[in-house]
Design a protein around this ligand. Structure first.
Ligand code: PHE
Ligand code: ZN
Length: 871
């Protein structure tokens, strides 16, 4: 138990900064254990008040503090574990401080730390205070000049902006000076120092300026940055074409590091990436890796406007930059890879992570109103639901008005820190519409449930639709108001053809209904035949939809809905119902056969895209199914899902074999979407074949693994072998390790694969792997590969009835919390859903949360999540 009770920070308490900083000059003398940081701040009192100057600073060893050149006596300032306080500061002055820090022993990976023998920084959200004393809050924007000095073996010395000076120094040392002309908050500061290889390129912007592009990576890895470079150039062009946004500096740099708490960071002009989201070549990266690299490179680049040029007033506004930037990267990926396929993948991720969050004790609004540690709010709700809110906004006002509102936002707020209210005001101003009701999407947590009932009157040729919404209570929000919910809707006839209709006298193929009351009725006229309703097309809002559609309607949709998202969704709905029926002991074998047949037809549809077919073949995940079963029984779900997979496998054997042979790749590897789609379908076919563990399937999977010419196929083969188990699998695992032991990113995959193994032996294996020489809990990628994969993607084994899976996770959380609270806290979530599970399981999960919450010396990060999860 923590002896103090940490006090929450509240949005309602926001006050503007008492002092502003116009200029910052930082001087770094880099040394692994004794880095000296001198800061020279040009400070100005903000308004008329007599408050002291209070600067954040943690884990800093004070050397000196001076105002206007005069060193302050101890009585003139106080330094404690969190702040430097100067009571009688002048109205305008220069503050000079010097501190010493120890990057080498910084295993929290916040502030200045070392990764692979190189210096690097991570300052968002509140890491800058571990570098020097500063008003560590996003609404203090300042111009930074940074001088870095180090031993010459740290060959590249990088910071934000432009290089303005560099040179050699006596004693084998050198220096570099960087200046960033754009005022920025300190969370966007970055510094890198070390031996790196660089991949260089150039891009000519829309106004004809040439920008130098550099990607810095571990020595020898430059060829593996080629795809990221290509993605960067495409992102830069896309932002010009789609949003009229041009890059603003003459240089854009990305650095890849192996030890990183999150995915990547948008520091101005100097993005720092987790190497897992940057490095790729066919031999070591899967198509999924390529896809994520493309989207994260775009995401961080897009932050240059939505995040850096315009930043957040306070951390409650996090979605202002994150939700919006996810929306931008998803739109980019859709343009690169196909809208329907991208939408399906985005919605799968939303449901898996955000819907689960909304159903548990950690549910919070897209814009929360209080927190203990902001690090805990880099959540699926802020990011993914935040993006959905922007998407709805665009759906509601149309693409032209959306673009106008964005233009106004960039024009009005460039160079400032602002709020979600001000963002929305831009759209109100360009449309003349009132967004008060819409704003509830930011303030109200929980996934709305929408119901839809239809009644068709053949004589009158009318279709009456009855819609209703309700949002279940979430912690701190017992009652909810109705939200404006955009429902895009179309009709099909019994053969799946688009059925035209009229709404308010207007002929249409598709219409947008905005449900903004608790319930509403809409009548469509001129409907010539009994229709199949295709509602919530493209997943037009982040809700759970229930309808009175019959299974036969779903089959019509699966065969021919013009909206590909709903075609896929119909298949998922059917599969979900079949699996849940089995899980409750009511298997419906006739319907299962019918489903298998329909899937077979969809697979043989020559007109449809292989990437789409691969998605059709994948059954809803076990965690997705758990959300639909109350209370959830992971073992029953796993068994039922496997049973349906076996039936599909038996029924579709020939089709799957044909796909597996027919899609064999002959030419050279290309990471493009079409080639990736064919590989995805071929591997999905193998995966389903492997659900039927006959000797031939083992041979097939083994052959697939051995013949693999790229990592996508190697992993496809290995995971099929995992399902089959036995010697073939064990041998392949050993072979894989031997082959790739020098490649950390590939060995992460080796750990993650074993963590996903649903076999009974998996928990023991996973626990054993924590003692493997290649396991390293200090490296977040390796830790997540094993521990987080196990807890999040292996429900059958994580929810072991003995509680051993939960105990294992809690032990890991407590161990990691001792040195890396940010990463430890991200492991708490899988225990958070305890109320949704069978009571026997829920009680065991709760017990582990109590054990965590009761531990002495817990970080604020883990304390906040564990106590909220128990509340
Ligand atoms: N701002 C980063 C992004 O979403 C995420 C991040 C947060 C990275 C905190 C590191 C630390 O692009
Ligand atoms: Zn981001």
């Amino acid at each position: 138990m923590r002896t103090d009770t940490p006090q929450p920070i509240r949005l309602a308490d926001y006050a503007p900064p008492a002092f502003l900083i116009d200029e910052v000059r930082l001087d770094f003398d880099l040394a692994p254990n004794t880095t000296r940081v001198k800061a020279k701040l040009t400070v100005r009192r903000n308004g008329e008040h007599a408050q002291p100057l209070v600067l954040n600073g943690e884990r800093l060893k004070p050397v000196s503090v001076a105002i206007d050149g005069r060193v302050l006596a101890e009585a003139e300032r106080t330094i404690d574990a969190e702040f430097l306080t100067i009571p009688n500061a002048p109205d305008a002055f220069v503050l000079e401080t010097e501190v010493e820090i120890d990057p080498e022993n910084n295993k929290a990976l916040e502030g200045l730390y070392m990764s692979g023998g190189r210096f690097c920084t991570q300052c968002e959200a509140e890491g800058f205070r571990k570098i020097t004393w500063y008003p560590d809050r996003p609404d203090v924007l300042s111009r930074f000049t940074v001088r870095i000095e180090a031993d010459r073996k740290f060959r590249h010395l990088l910071s934000n902006g432009n290089l303005i000076d560099a040179g050699e120094l006596p004693g084998g040392r050198h220096f570099a000076v960087w200046n960033d002309p754009f005022p920025k908050p300190c969370y966007l500061f970055a510094l890198v120092g070390g031996e790196l290889d660089v991949l260089e390129d150039k891009l000519v912007t829309m106004t004809g300026r040439t920008v130098d592009l550099r990607i810095y990576v571990d020595p020898g890895m430059a060829p593996r940055a080629a795809y990221a470079m290509d993605a960067l150039k495409r992102s830069m062009k896309w932002d010009e074409e789609t949003f009229g946004r041009e890059y603003d500096l003459d240089l854009f740099m990305i650095v890849a590091v192996r030890d990183f708490n999150f995915g990547a960071m948008e520091n101005k002009g100097l993005n720092i990436f987790n190497s897992s989201l940057l490095l790729a070549d066919p031999a070591t990266a899967t198509d999924m890796d390529y896809e994520r690299i493309e989207s994260v490179v775009a995401h961080e680049y897009f932050h240059n406007w939505t995040g850096d040029r315009i930043t957040c007033r306070d951390w409650f506004q996090l979605c202002l930059k994150e939700g919006l930037t996810v929306f931008r990267d998803q739109s980019f990926s859709a343009d690169m890879r196909g809208h329907a396929v991208q939408r399906i993948k985005d919605v799968k991720a939303l449901r898996a992570r955000q819907f689960a969050e909304d159903q548990g004790p950690l549910a919070h609004p897209v814009r929360p109103s209080s927190y203990l540690k902001i690090d805990n709010f880099y959540t699926a709700t802020i990011y993914e639901k935040g993006s959905e809110v922007i998407r709805m906004l665009k759906t509601l006002i149309g693409p032209e008005a959306f673009r106008k509102g964005m233009d106004l936002y960039f024009e009005r707020w460039d160079g400032h820190a602002t709020t979600v209210e001000e963002f929305i005001r831009c759209f109100a101003d360009v449309t003349g519409r009132d967004f008060e009701g819409f704003f509830a999407w930011y303030e109200q947590a929980g996934t709305p449930r929408v119901s839809l009932k239809q009644s068709y009157d053949a004589a009158a040729r009318t279709l009456e639709l009855e819609l209703a919404q309700e949002t279940p209570p979430t912690p701190g929000q017992p009652t909810k108001k109705p939200l404006p919910i955009p429902v895009t809707l179309g009709l099909l006839d019994g053969d799946g053809r688009t059925l035209a209709f009229e709404r308010d006298g207007q002929a249409a193929d598709e219409t947008l209904i905005v449900l903004d009351q608790a319930s509403a009725k809409v009548t469509l006229t001129g409907v010539d035949a009994a229709p199949v309703v295709s509602a919530l097309r493209g997943f037009s809002s982040p809700v759970e939809l229930t309808t009175d559609a019959r299974a036969s309607d779903r089959y019509v949709q699966l065969a021919g809905d013009a909206d590909l998202f709903n075609r896929w969704e119909a298949g998922q709905e059917l599969a979900r119902a079949l699996i849940l029926a089995r899980a409750k002991g009511a298997a419906d074998e006739v319907s299962e056969e019918r489903y298998a047949e329909a899937l077979g037809r969809a697979l043989n549809d020559q007109a449809s895209d292989p990437a789409f077919k691969a998605l059709l073949l994948a059954l809803p995940s076990e965690s997705d199914l758990a959300l639909a079963m109350a209370p959830a029984d992971p073992a029953a779900i796993h068994a039922a899902r496997d049973a349906l997979r076996l039936r599909l496998s038996l029924h579709l054997t020939e089709d799957l074999q044909r796909l597996h042979i027919g899609l064999q790749e002959l030419g050279e590897f290309s990471p493009d979407a079409a080639s990736a789609g064919r590989r995805a379908l071929r591997n999905a076919a193998l995966d389903l074949l492997a659900a039927n563990p006959r000797a031939e399937t083992g041979e097939l999977a083994d052959g697939h693994y051995r013949a693999a010419a790229n990592m996508t196929d190697a992993m496809g083969g290995l995971s099929a072998l995992m399902q089959i188990g036995g010697d073939l699998y064990e041998n392949a695992l050993t072979d894989f390790f031997q082959r790739w032991k020098a490649e950390p990113l590939v060995i992460d995959k080796w750990f993650a694969l074993q963590a996903r193994d649903p076999d009974e032996s998996a928990l023991g294996r996973v626990m054993g792997l924590t003692a493997h020489p290649a396991f390293d809990e200090k490296n977040p990628n390796r830790l997540r590969a094993l521990v987080s994969t196990f807890a999040n993607f292996n429900p059958a084994r994580f929810h072991d009835p003995s509680g051993a899976g939960y105990r294992f996770l809690a032990d890991q959380i407590l161990a990691v919390d001792g040195f890396n609270p940010m990463t430890a806290a991200r492991l708490v979530e899988p225990l958070g859903g305890w109320r949704r599970y069978k009571p026997e399981l829920g009680a065991l999960m709760r017990k582990e949360l109590e054990r965590i919450a009761g531990t002495e010396g817990l970080s604020k990060n883990v304390y906040e999540l564990a106590t909220k999860a128990l509340a």
